[in-house]
Structure formats: C-alpha cells, structure tokens
Design a protein around this ligand. Sequence first.
Ligand code: NAI
Ligand code: PYR
Ligand code: MG
Length: 471
Amino acid sequence: MQGTSLDRKTIILRLELSTKLANFSRAASTIEQAGGDVVAIDIIQTGKDRTVRDLTVKFGEGGSSEQIVAALDALEGIRVVNVSDRTFLLHLGGKLTVQPKTPIQNRDDLSRVYTPDVARVCEAIHADPAKAFNLTIKRNTVAVVTDGSAVLGLGNIGPHAAMPVMEGKAILFKQFAEVDAFPICLDTQDTEQIIASVKAIAPAFGGINLEDIAAPRCFEIEQRLREELDIPVFHDDQHGTSVVLYAGLLNALKLAGKRLEDVRIVVCGIGAAGTACTKMLLAGGARHIVGVDRDGILTADRSYAHPMWQWYAEHTNAERRNGGLAEAVQGADVFIGVSAGGILTRAHIQSMANEPIVFAMANPHPEILPEQAEDLVAVLATGRSDYPNQINNVLCFPGIFRGALDCRAPLINEPMKLAAAEAIASVVSEEELSRHYIIPSVFNQRVVEEVRRRVVQAAIDSGVARRRPHE
Ligand SMILES: NC(=O)C1=CN([C@@H]2O[C@H](COP(=O)(O)OP(=O)(O)OC[C@H]3O[C@@H](n4cnc5c(N)ncnc54)[C@H](O)[C@@H]3O)[C@@H](O)[C@H]2O)C=CC1
Ligand SMILES: CC(=O)C(=O)O
Ligand SMILES: [Mg+2]
C-alpha cells in the first residue's frame, strides 16, 4: 500500500486476557519489543476468568500494527479482539446524525409539528407543489447517490462499503456550504433501476449529487435524470472534478508561462472523470489532447463499442498517436491522471516536455507520489488532503450546489460550471501563485463564497435562475 497516514501510528488494541494464563506486563513488554509504546490503558471488563482492556499504542518508523498484533497473538492466554486507529474510531456509528430544528416541548408544539396542524401545510403543498421548496427541507437538501461501482479508485466495492465516502461527502456539504446532504447507497447497478430509484426519492431533495458511479452507465443515468427531473442533477466525478481540474490547470499554466491552446495534454483514465475533464479542456480551447486507458491510446484509427470512447477518439488525438502510456506521455506538457495508483514512473515524466505539469489525481493512491517526482516537474498536484495542491472535487461541489439551491436553478449548466472554475482559480492571487500553491485550500472560506456568488450570477445570466437570492 502506498502513502502514509499519521493515524496509523497510533492504534487502540482491545485485548482479552485470561486471568489464569496471561500476564499483563508480559503483553506490554511484547508490544515494546515489537516497536510499540503503550501510552494508555482502559479496563473495559473484569471478571473471574478474563479481563478486557483497551491499550492505546504508539509506534514509530520501526513498528507496525501488524507486527504488534502478530507478537500478541503468539502469547498464550491473550486474544486480540479488535484493532482500531483514530480513523476507524471516527467512523464508529457513522459520521452523521439528524437533528430537529425545533424542540417539541408540549402538546401544542406536537399538534403543529405533527397532526393535526401539519395537515394544513400538507394541503398547501398539495395545492401548489412549488411550496415544497419553502415549507420542507427540500430547498436545502441534496441526495448523495451512489451504486458503489467506482468508489474513489477502489473500484466496484458495492453500496455498503461506499457509505463512509458518501457520509464524508455529506459532511463536506454541510461544513463548507451549509447544505444538508444525505448519503444514499443503492443496492442495484442496473441503469434503469438507478434512474427509477432516484426519480422516486427526488421529491424530498433540492438537488441530486451522483457520486462514484462507474462509466459508461454514469453518462446515461445523469443525462436521463437531467431530462426527467426539475432539480439539479450533477455527477460530481465528472463535473466537480473537471471544474477543479480546469481551475488548477489555468493557474499552473500561468505559472509555467504556457497557453492552454498550445500545450500537449495527456488524460489517463477515460472514465467518468477523464471524459468530463477532456470536455471541459476542449471547451476552454485546448487543441492537443490524447486520451489513454488500459488498452492504450484512444485513436480514430480504431473503433470502440463504448460510444463515449468512440466520441473521444473522434474529438482528440488529431495526430493519431498509437501505443500505450509511454507513447502518450512522450513530449507532453501536461499529464492528467484519473485512472489508478502508481502507474506513472519517473521515466515517463523524464520523457515529457520541459517543465511538465503532473496532476496525479487518482484517489486514494495517486498515479505517482509527489516525493517520487517533485524534482522532475514544474507543478505536481494530487487529489489527497495530505499534500500541497489538492485538486479534488470538494473545492467545487459544496459551492456549486449552494449557488444552484440559492437561485433555485433546475440544473447546473455549462456557464455555471465555468463560473465555478474561474471562481476557484481566482482565489489564488498572482502574487500568491507558486508551484506549491496553484489551487486554494478547501479551508479557505473565500472558495465557497466566491463559487456561490459567480454560480448564481451565471445562472441568472443564462436564464435558469428561478429566484434571485438576497445578498
Ligand atoms: N481528485 C479528484 O477530485 C477525483 C479523483 N478521481 C479519481 O479518478 C479515478 C477514476 O475515477 P472515475 O473516473 O470516477 O472512475 P471510472 O471507473 O469511471 O474510470 C476509471 C477509468 O480509468 C481506467 N483505468 C484504470 N486503470 C488504468 C490504468 N492502469 N491505465 C489507464 N487507465 C486505467 C479505467 O479503465 C476507466 O476507464 C479514481 O481513482 C478516482 O478516485 C475521480 C473523481 C474526482
Ligand atoms: C474525490 C472523488 O470524488 C473521488 O476520488 O472519487
Ligand atoms: Mg467520487
């Protein structure tokens, strides 16, 4: 596994110790010998035959949780019941809760919140369904919907395993943009069933954020839902990613003194994110794009069963390059990776043009780690939170939905996406721009504010705003 995490340096071990066979100080010294340091002990249960204790253990470069667990497992009378780290503990019981806005303290409150008085509100909405935006959670609530088929770069891990990511997205919506978002992981990967399910739940929501649904089905699902619903439907991995990529590239090119129209760009991984990034770059004026996937460079010399790849081959690679990743990156100015971890090598980067720009955006493992390539590049970015230059759709989706909800746009159109990209890029001033700061931090409060402002304006200018928000 690549990458490091500080969290993995502190673990909590739950041990069951037989009172007859095990000796606690023996366990502690075994942990020490395996490179760990016991910093806290909690007794969870004691009994005649056994005790259960939680041990907080820190370890340095020399130790690992696997070594410590293996050493303890070898001891007679000790059973390792569970190993957690801070990340796992943070996920205990999930990361979200539902909180009422109004307390119910007496019968009168109860009558108004619930029956009988609530009925008058129901009837008002029945008479005018648009009132659902004013009288229910609809106006501020987004469904984060997945089928678990392309979760981060982990692949098709299914709806249960997708939940932690979707809960995470919901937290980001709330924390950064005050949008109430709800994770919905569907137990189907059938296009028609996904469309029908989302349509069926849509009345409760003011927007639909599709997440981690694999290509090619994500294209049809999004298009059909956009046509059939009157609230924004936005596939984050396509459009959120392309907006942030475009913002990052505008700034990186500024720094490198190159123009989008002139540079040779390689997009690696022609799935949801890769296709949308390419469309955004073409719309922005890029002229030399080559796409490469597992089977090599997409070229009009071949025909593809997958209609999006056919489209891709016909709209890129004018030179009709052939070959694999090595041939694609040769002489390229920009590498955009939305594919899989660890596939880009130093040799690949050395074959690129001078001062190359590398955006290794696969999550959680980028195509190449910054420490492996930093000396070879003008700019390097990843999708991760633990390196500089985080090109991640979290810079887009909270603000773009905030704007769309505030002006009650029925969709998120191209001008709104472009406005979001320009807003994100604009947060980094000319003076601040540097190879380690081409894209603002998600914690920069101006990001959401600026994205929202420009998205609302773009919606008004393009005639899709159904209301003008108060400033
Ligand atoms: N930084 C960011 O904001 C974002 C990053 N991503 C990352 O991009 C990656 C792709 O995500 P999606 O487009 O949603 O998935 P997807 O499943 O729609 O597409 C992935 C594509 O990459 C291709 N691929 C896989 N291994 C490859 C290899 N060794 N060489 C070339 N192509 C390869 C697949 O064949 C597929 O066409 C994931 O790692 C994801 O975490 C996706 C969205 C946002
Ligand atoms: C960031 C994100 O949405 C992804 O990696 O899928
Ligand atoms: Mg995603």
